[in-house]
Design a binder for this molecule. Structure first.
Ligand SMILES: [Zn+2]
Length: 287
């Protein structure tokens, strides 16, 4: 935090702090022609299956390449923490940090969920967001962030001293243990920073600290994705509920979330370009 300052300001400090921002990763070249096709195709979606995520718990779901999935609010405002893996290779998983570097703090329609190194490809593209009207509010807050990580028992212990077992990190771990028959330690190592679905967050203006507000999500709202490879998803219904008060406890009112999987006749996807694995030669300067 840039609150305590001990060093002496240099004489040319004004000049040094007056440069203009440059976008680190211009994203205009990231393919986005798919979106027109997806928006036409989604009119013909047929529901294949549903998974109900109980409050303060997580469940896995599978999505085949070329299918869509939706995360939906059903009974009341509820935040979801999403992990995504390539279904046949759990080493390839959602890379929240690089996705943030490419698209900014919050995701919406057209943004892609990039995977970890050395794969770095789009696992899924967001095809619809019923909350895209929210934009950014006066505090710089918005929904669906890639700036938080996931609530977890370690940080909770560090800050409050309590042991709490139903944070998103633990919920995601339990769901992976069950789905892949992993031991707890192997499962929690592959749990990764999430997409905070429906969560309303930002950084405060003064100290730039991570803040949350009550989510504007209401039953019927959903975030929809198009799978660009076979996916294993894991979704936790956060113990923070709408994250308008606190998380990492049993205090907030929580609701279930629904994940639905949808398919579409391939003729409606004609012209779609699926993402491919990074073509970097992985030499890293070593000959
Ligand atoms: Zn959580």
């Amino acid at each position: 935090m840039k609150v305590k300052k001990f060093s002496k300001k240099p004489d040319d400090s004004k000049k040094r702090i007056s440069t203009n921002p440059i976008i680190c990763y211009p994203n205009e070249n990231l393919e986005n022609e798919n979106l027109n096709i997806l928006h036409k195709a989604r009119k013909y979606l047929k529901k294949e299956s549903e998974v109900l995520i109980p409050p303060r718990d997580a469940k896995t779901f599978k999505v085949k390449m070329g299918n869509f999935f939706r995360i939906e609010s059903i009974e009341g405002p509820q935040v979801g923490d999403l992990n995504l893996f390539q279904a046949d290779n759990l080493d390839e998983k959602f890379y929240s940090g690089k996705t943030r570097a490419l698209y900014g703090t919050h995701l919406s329609v057209g943004d892609k969920m990039f995977s970890s190194f050395p794969y770095l490809r789009s696992l899924a593209t967001i095809s619809w967001d019923s909350l895209d009207w929210y934009g950014y509010d006066k505090d710089g807050g918005s929904v669906h962030d890639v700036i938080g990580t996931r609530c977890d028992p370690y940080t909770s212990k560090l800050i409050s001293g309590n042991d709490y077992h139903y944070c998103c990190h633990s919920n995601l771990t339990r769901a992976l243990v069950k789905e892949k028959n992993l031991n707890i330690s192997d499962a929690e190592k592959i749990v990764h920073d999430v997409l905070n679905v429906f969560m309303l967050t930002g950084f405060t203006n003064d100290t730039k600290q991570y803040f949350m507000k009550s989510s504007p999500v209401r039953p019927g709202d959903y975030l929809e994705f198009f799978a660009e490879t076979d996916l294993l998803g894991v979704l936790s219904a956060c113990p923070g509920g709408d994250c308008g008060s606190e998380h990492s406890s049993d205090i907030a009112k929580c609701f279930p979330l629904k994940v639905s999987i949808w398919n579409v006749d391939k003729k409606h996807l004609e012209g779609i370009k699926f993402s491919s694995l990074s073509k970097y030669n992985k030499n890293h300067g070593i000959n």
